[in-house]
Each structure stands twice: as C-alpha cells, then as structure tokens.
Design a protein around this ligand. Structure first.
Ligand SMILES: Cc1cc2nc3c(=O)[nH]c(=O)nc-3n(C[C@H](O)[C@H](O)[C@H](O)COP(=O)(O)OP(=O)(O)OC[C@H]3O[C@@H](n4cnc5c(N)ncnc54)[C@H](O)[C@@H]3O)c2cc1C
Length: 494
C-alpha cells in the first residue's frame, strides 16, 4: 500500500494520468521473463510513476526520500536478472516517457539523449547520418540509458573497446535529489556537451553496474563512429573445441576483425528459432563451433584481414561458412556492431519459448577456454535433468560464447543451460549444477565465488575489499536507503 500523501505528491509532479496505484497497472510491473514462478508470488510495486523531465525525476526522488519509500528506475525491463522487480513494494519509476534524442552532434560524432531511447532507435538515427554505435549482444529494444551503464558482458569489439567506454558524459539524479553532470556538462564555462574530459574528478562511470543504486541516469552523451566503406561478416566453422579455440585466440591476439566471438554449440542458433521443431532442425545443421567475425574498414584493410582469417581458419582445420548458410544473415547486423537487426524479435522468442535458460558467466584467461567448456558441458550431461535428451533442449547444454576481454588476455565465457527460466524443474537443476560447476572451475584454476557475484549470478571476480568500499560509498550517497535494488540485490552488495 502506498501512503495516499505520497501518491498525491507524485500526481502533483507528473500529472494524475502518469502516477497510479491501480493494482491492475502495478501487477504488470511485478514480474519479468525470469522471475514469475521463481519467487512463488507476485512482487508488485505499490505505485508506478512516469516522469518526462529531469526535474520531475528530482522531485520524485525527494518525495521517496521524505517518505522513506523504496524507488526503482525502470528501462525496458529485460535485464533477465530481475534487477527491476521490487522486493518490498515501493515506487517503480518507469522512464519510458524520457525517450527523446536531444542532439546528434555530427562534428563531435556524439549523440545526447534521454535514457529511454532504445539501441534500435539510436542506431537507426545515427545510420541515417552515416554513423553507427556498437550494438551489444542484447536485444536492440533495450534502452541506451540502462544498457550502456548496466549491460553485463557489454562486448563491443577489439577495435572499439567496451561499450561503456563510449559514454562521454552522464546526467544523474543522485539519491539525495541533487543533479550530477559529468564531462563537459560539469564545466561551468563551456557548457559543451560532447567533450568527455570535464573538470574535477570524473564520476562518469558512477552509474556503471550500480543498477540504479547510485542514482537515476536522466541524460547521457555517447560516442558514435563514422560508417566504414566495407563491412564483411565472415564466419568460420570448426568441429572441435581444440581447433576453434587456438584460431580464436590467435585472431584476437592479431587484433583483427571489428567484432569477434567464439560460439560453441547451439546457443546462438536457438535465438533464431520460431518453434521447438525449428530449433531442433537447425541444431542438426549447425556446426559445433563458430567464430563469428566481422571485418570493417577500407578495401585494403578488409582484404588483409580476410586473408588472415582464411589462413588461420585453414591452419586450424576450419572452414568459412558465411556464404553458404543464409540463415546466418540474421546475425550479421549485430556482429557488425552496426544496426538494430532482427535480433530482438528472435531473442524474445528465445526467452519466451522452451529452449531458454539461465546462463553461466565468468571471466577466464584465454588458455582456460577449452577446460571451462569441457567442465560445463560434462557437468550438464551428467545432470539428471540437463543431461536428459528428452527434456529441455539438450543441444543448448553444449553451448558457450567466449567474448574477448581486456586486450585479449581474457575471455568472458557464457555457457548455456537449456530449459525455460521459469520451469521449476530447471530451477532445481540449476541449483544442483551451479555449486558443482563452481568447484569444477576452481579445480582448473578459474576461481569463481558466488558471494562476490555482481549483477548476474555467475559473474565473478570482485574482491571483498572492493565490495566493502562500494557499500560504504553507497551508504554515503543514500543514507536513507531509498534506492531499491530489486530482487537480485543480495548479489550486488553483501
Ligand atoms: C536474449 C537476451 C540476451 C542478452 N544478452 C546480453 C549481452 O550479451 N550483454 C549484456 O550486457 N546484456 C545482455 N542482456 C541483458 C540486457 O539486455 C541488459 O541488461 C540491458 O541493459 C537491459 O536494458 P533495459 O533497458 O531492459 O534495462 P532494465 O532491465 O529496465 O533495467 C536494468 C537495471 O538498470 C536500472 N536502470 C534502468 N534504467 C536506469 C536509469 N535510467 N538509471 C539508472 N538505473 C537504471 C534498473 O533499475 C535495473 O536495475 C540480454 C538480455 C536478453 C533478453
């Protein structure tokens, strides 16, 4: 129940049609693709408010603070970690009305926007003007405000670096209602929006990974890039992980290809499946391991990189398949890091139909890719549920993605487990599988520790000292504790 005085104040701020405690509205905000059955009950907010300006956001924060009411900002709600699902009621601040592109600066090659502009829309608008932004490995319907700051693997490419490094400046409403503006927004004299080096300490990454805990992003300036002359998707297929991995590692170390990821098994194949039947058929023609590569640039650069890819593929017993399987075309846009593509539509099918499941994510040095993959797949095959070929989606259980990270010294490995995320049998099996996997990975020298997991279960590696400091910092920003972290929160700060 929301206090009537709170709702009245919210209506005063945004207008009565944009604040409500109507249970029929609130219940729509109570679950997501991942949580519906998991928590055994609805987790409804007490009210929902839809601001349209930064000052409205500031005023809402002030009300939440005065009445000590939990507050959660909401983007498009598909973080698949339930980070926006309330733990204990409170206010959901749905940012969908803050969806204006404020400026595309063609000289500085930047875009300034409100947080709820989607990746798809931003990409499209920029491409019209001859620019592009790297697109994350996530549905293109996600919001720039959330994805640039909270996306997990957030891969971009060796050439362009990580996606969050494309944030030029942010505007944030802090938990005390004050306004933080970074980059040249912080410069009292220039007021220029597209220069990342503002005066004073740089707090541009304050919202990074905080899932709303450090405040609400109300504006963001991001860097774009001029479109290249040529974009060549070039995919290589391998039968064995022992062949695919060295080819991948060498390509990463030679720093070729705009985007490069190693896909093992069925995972990305299933993104495209309309039906279980379709997924099953595709799995029969799907090569065991794929290097999904994109070369962008001048004619000379593309010719050189293509030659290297072909040589390394050949040397490692692989074959180039891009031109033979038109089905792969659907990935092309995403992996060229260029456009919205059909990805989101397929991804929704993937999550909404049997065949989806929790994935397991962790950083690993490149030389651990093979043992990590084997540990994951062996354990899945031994599990009474995941290993049952007549249940779930067996092919998926042999899958992984390795994204190059940190200059190619590490790979982020995401292994798939096939089952509907809300299937109680899958939830039980996952609980069995994760501790075993943690142990198996520790045995091969990858030491994940779930208690240090960050935004998603399985994203490891944050030191206790860092977490302690982060927690102190959060308390300093939000001593009243209004910024509600959502149901995933115990994994963020202990
Ligand atoms: C099929 C599929 C594949 C995916 N693959 C990837 C992947 O490869 N890489 C990756 O990074 N992600 C991936 N994701 C996860 C997801 O796309 C990202 O986490 C994305 O950032 C979610 O954006 P959103 O707009 O839906 O945010 P939401 O889900 O609405 O919010 C996410 C978090 O950010 C907070 N938040 C939202 N808006 C703001 C704001 N303006 N200010 C402060 N906090 C805010 C919310 O409170 C919440 O804690 C995938 C998702 C799906 C469904």
């Amino acid at each position: 129940m929301i206090e009537p005085a709170v709702l009245e104040r919210l209506k005063d701020i945004v207008g009565s049609e944009f604040a409500t405690d109507d249970p029929e509205v609130c219940i729509a905000y109570s679950r997501d693709l991942a949580t519906y059955l998991k928590f055994g009950k609805y987790r409804s907010p007490d009210c929902v408010v839809l601001p349209s300006t930064t000052s409205e956001v500031q005023n809402i924060v002030a009300v939440a603070r005065q009445f000590k009411t939990p507050l959660i900002p909401l983007g498009s709600g598909i973080n698949v970690a339930s980070a926006h699902i309330p733990r204990k009621g409170g206010i959901i601040m749905d940012l969908r009305r803050m969806n204006n592109i404020l400026e595309i600066d063609e000289e500085a090659v930047t875009a300034t926007l409100q947080p709820h502009v989607t990746i798809a829309r931003m990409s499209t608008e920029l491409q019209r003007k001859g620019f592009f932004i790297p697109v994350p490995g996530a549905p293109s319907t996600v919001t720039v405000g959330s994805n640039y700051t909270h996306g997990n693997t957030n891969k971009a490419s060796l050439r362009f670096g990580f996606q969050y490094s494309h944030i030029v400046s942010v505007e944030m409403v802090l938990p005390d209602g004050s306004l933080l503006r970074t980059g040249s927004w912080a410069d009292a004299f220039s007021g220029d929006r597209s220069w990342p080096r503002g005066p004073g300490p740089d707090l541009t990454l304050l919202p990074r990974y905080a899932l709303g805990l450090h405040g609400i992003v109300t504006g963001i300036t991001i860097k774009a890039h001029p479109l290249d002359d040529i974009c060549l998707p070039i995919w290589a297929a391998f039968e064995h992980v022992e062949d695919a991995t060295p080819a991948f590692v060498e390509m990463v170390h030679r720093e070729i290809c705009t985007g490069s990821s190693l896909y093992g098994g069925f995972k990305y194949n299933s993104y495209s499946a309309d039906t279980a039947e379709c997924a099953w058929r595709q799995s029969r023609i799907h090569p065991e391991f794929i290097l999904a590569l994109t070369i962008q640039g001048s004619k000379r650069r593309v010719a050189f990189e293509e030659k290297v890819v072909r040589e390394l593929t050949d040397k490692n017993n692989g074959r180039i398949i891009t031109d033979r399987l038109p089905f792969y075309q659907m990935f092309v846009d995403t992996h060229m890091a260029m456009s919205a593509s059909l990805y989101s539509e397929f991804a929704f099918k993937y999550w909404a139909s049997p065949g989806a499941g929790p994935s397991f994510l962790g950083p690993s040095s490149m030389d651990k890719i093979i043992p990590c993959f084997k540990a994951m797949t062996n354990l899945a095959s031994e599990d009474e549920a995941f290993g049952d070929v007549d249940w779930g989606n067996w092919e998926f259980n042999r899958s992984m993605i390795a994204y190059p990270d940190q200059g190619g010294h590490f790979a982020i490995i995401e292994g798939g487990i096939a089952a509907h995320p809300t299937d109680p049998k899958a939830i039980k099996a996952y609980k069995r599988y994760v501790p075993k996997l943690i142990k198996a990975l520790a045995d091969i020298g990858v030491s994940p520790d779930q208690s240090r997991a960050n935004t998603r279960p399985g994203e490891f590696g944050i030191s206790p000292e860092y977490l302690e400091l982060a927690e102190k910092f959060r308390h300093a920003l939000d001593e009243v504790g209004i910024m509600n972290p959502g149901v995933i929160s115990p994994l963020i700060y202990r």
